[in-house]
Design a binder for this molecule. Structure first.
Ligand SMILES: *Cc1c(COP(=O)(O)O)cnc(C)c1O
Length: 451
């Protein structure tokens, strides 16, 4: 077969999401209530999440049906194409075959609407009127605005202040889809007011914006909170990526891939493409599953595996995860979607078990890889996605050196059309590189809770 693009028809879209919880090599450690430090009860989450999502968060079912109303919205852009990166293979002179799942074709331009649409749907059917959320670079905020608009929900987005100023066009997307957007920290919440008093010049962070969005939801009866990554139900919704990719690789005449690669911010696009392949690996098939993060925010490679809060103000439950500490504020790298101090507990457990291999790259080599991809394949990747591409290129070169005909699958999590300022900086030689921020990490780790 030498097709470039492998498509599925609308009726080949998966009817179920894949829940990895029953297939984990050991049970997850329970999330803890931040006030009592006791295991969290499902009812503790009801002020901020609808019941159906709380159920999915803890579900023991391996497959969970995708409601028709969600599949109908998915069909705006799904199934997404699986593409063969032939020109990249030729450019690298590698015998490896490189495939990528193109999640950039969604209207907001990333994988994030896969869960935004599902979350909007479940909130809508449970009678919620408004959703709150946080956003960094704006990908998640725009995905949720896109989804709430389609289900007639209101949407309030707390956007990290530095991104609010630097990324005006993602803000425009949110406005077009009807959301209200505030630069965080705001003076609308107690958490925001407190931080503004302590640090008047703060550029903001995801941890701070989460505190604000959670507080807003908890204080308003008809309002719930929505998170774009990290949680089990978010990764569940994203597994449609890997389930489609599996079918498409078969259509391309390939067996199990030798490598599955994706970038990691909170772990959702990674879990989405990788989790459906993990049962095969646990049964003994040789698949190298690589999670790629920025060296400036090296959660999996330099963090500790401990209980920590999900946000700066310590309002969220404690979860067992690799963490750099909830007070860690990473340097302002351009892969804004990868600047989170923790990661999905599912992903972290699998890293701890040695099933997933983490890897970190610095910003400059990542942008070099992005430029290579843009010039050779034509498509401009998001800076987040470029982390995965850097690892793909490294592995493809290794295949050339060892003359190995491996199959590499990676997730093209989003396009870079709203990240052109970062590309301009790189092209003019003004892009900064960052060392591992050892000092910042050491300080933040000292503030970990004793549990
Ligand atoms: C948000 C985002 C990421 C990182 O988030 P995950 O939850 O780790 O997937 C990666 N790529 C793109 C394009 C994003 O928008």
């Amino acid at each position: 077969m030498d097709e470039k693009n492998i498509y599925l028809s609308a009726n080949e879209m998966p009817e179920y999401w894949y829940n990895i919880i029953p297939d984990l090599p050991r049970p997850l450690d329970p999330p803890l209530n931040p006030a009592t430090l006791e295991p969290l009860k499902p009812s503790d989450l009801e002020p901020i999440f609808p019941r159906s999502l709380i159920e999915q968060e803890m579900s023991p079912e391996r497959y969970i049906e995708i409601p028709d109303d969600i599949r109908r919205v998915y069909s705006i852009w799904r199934p997404t194409p699986l593409r063969r990166a032939r020109r990249l293979e030729e450019f690298l002179k590698t015998p490896a075959r490189i495939y990528y799942k193109d999640e950039s074709v969604s209207p907001p331009g990333s994988h994030k609407p896969n869960t935004a649409v599902a979350q909007a749907y479940y909130n809508k059917i449970e009678g919620v009127r408004r959703l709150t959320t946080e956003t960094g670079a704006g990908q998640w905020g725009s995905a949720l605005a896109f989804a709430t608009n389609l289900f007639n929900l209101e949407c309030t987005v707390y956007m990290v202040r530095v991104s609010y100023e630097q990324k005006p066009y993602r803000r425009s997307l949110m406005h077009i889809w009807g959301a209200e957007v505030y630069p965080s920290p705001t003076d609308k919440t107690e958490a925001g007011r407190k931080i503004r008093q302590e640090m008047p010049d703060t550029p903001g962070s995801l941890g701070i914006a989460i505190s604000e969005a959670v507080e807003d939801a908890a204080k308003n009866e008809d309002t719930k909170y929505s998170l774009g990554s990290v949680l089990n139900h978010v990764l569940l919704h994203q597994t449609i990526i890997g389930l489609e990719a599996k079918k498409q690789l078969e259509l391309a005449g390939e067996k199990t891939p030798d490598y599955v690669i994706a970038c990691v911010g909170g772990g959702s696009n990674f879990g989405g493409i990788a989790f459906p392949f993990i049962p095969l690996k646990l049964k003994g098939e040789e698949i190298e599953i690589i999670a790629v993060e920025p060296a400036a925010c090296p959660t999996l490679t330099k963090g500790v595996y401990r209980y920590d809060y999900g946000d700066t103000a310590k309002l969220t439950p404690l979860i067992k995860m690799y963490t750099l500490g909830h007070s860690f504020v990473p340097p302002g790298i351009h892969a804004g979607g990868l600047r989170y101090h923790g990661d999905s507990p599912l992903l972290c457990l699998l890293v701890d078990e040695g099933v997933i291999t983490p890897r970190a790259y610095r910003q400059i080599p990542v942008f070099e890889a992005a430029l290579t991809f843009a010039r050779v394949e034509g498509t401009i990747p998001a800076p987040e996605t470029a982390h995965a591409i850097k690892a793909v290129i490294d592995e493809a070169i290794r295949c050339r050196e060892n003359n190995e005909e491996k199959v590499i699958l990676f997730n093209f999590s989003g396009h870079g059309h709203f990240d052109l300022a970062a590309y301009d900086k790189y092209l003019s030689g003004e892009l900064e590189d960052f060392e591992y921020p050892e000092e910042l990490i050491r300080e933040a780790l000292q503030e970990l809770p004793e549990v």
